[in-house]
Design a binder for this molecule. Structure first.
Ligand code: ZN
Length: 137
């Protein structure tokens, strides 16, 4: 599986995750010692939104909105099991504040986005249309 960076909107701040949102693993230390292997997101709880940064367009996993328990748990990078006050962390959370210049690889231009939409549109249209060719007489 290839890992790619994702942006996540938590509350009103955008964070950069080098290994992506679906690979975000709990950082709690288990009772036996090693790091917990459970994902922070047990099942999909948000959707992807398009936003415009100072450097171009970005796609964020959208957990924007008022502060709540889920946002706090995500920021602390804990699975639902380790969402307790007495938990000991194995490592520090991987969140990096998003910087559109430093994290330029996740920023696209409007032109790139339009080209991508066009590519997808053409592909979808051609898949919907049944092929036809004349039968030789
Ligand atoms: Zn955990």
């Amino acid at each position: 599986m290839t890992q790619r960076a994702d942006l996540v909107l938590l509350g009103n701040r955008i964070w950069y995750l080098p290994d992506g949102v679906y690979n975000l693993q709990c950082i709690a230390r288990t009772r036996r010692g090693p790091r917990c292997r459970r994902p922070v997101e047990g099942s999909q709880i948000a959707y992807w939104s398009q936003m415009r940064s100072t450097q171009g367009l970005i796609t964020v996993y959208d957990l924007g909105g008022p502060e709540n328990e889920t946002l706090r748990r995500w920021r602390e990078q804990h699975c639902e099991l380790h969402d307790t006050p007495d938990v000991v962390d194995f490592s520090s959370p991987e969140w990096e504040p998003f910087d559109p210049v430093r994290h330029a690889a996740v920023v696209t231009s409007l032109e790139e986005q339009v080209a991508e939409y066009t590519r997808r549109l053409r592909r979808d249209i051609t898949e919907e249309w049944q092929p036809w060719s004349p039968i030789p007489m």
